[in-house]
Design a protein around this ligand. Sequence first.
Ligand code: SME
Length: 153
Amino acid sequence: MNKNLYETANILMQDHPTQLSVFSNLASLIYLELPDLNWVGFYLNQGDMLILGPFMGKPATTQIPFHRGVCGECVRLHQTVYVPDVHLHPDHIACDEASNSELVIPLISNGILLGVLDIDSPIKNRFDVETITTLEKIVEDLVNTIDNIPFFK
Ligand code: SME
């Protein structure tokens, strides 16, 4: 467990006027706290499509259908998808040509998929078990935190 990242994420989650605020701060924190990342952000479930939410990194594709990409795979499986080498993935959508590995974690509340946390690295095999576990725990806390607050008001 990356204790510092986890504890700071939880401090940021205590200040939650809207979901948008929390998503934005977490994208920034993860991007700045973990080394060797080139994109961190949220895609949010808008019915039949993932729509780009708060992120850090280069401008990215704004819409991902559930049948496309690593993000779509995460939506279909309802579980974390780790791709150690995106060039070996048959349907990786390249938003930044620098990306070499990718981690996508689903945001699931009472069985309902709210969106995904998508993280790209320029390094192959970037994500170890400890990092993945920490990020999954942050996402679990995030889902519990945002459950009853508006997306934007
Ligand atoms: N690589 C993702 C697309 C989003 S970008 O990485 C920001 C995918 O294959 O779904």
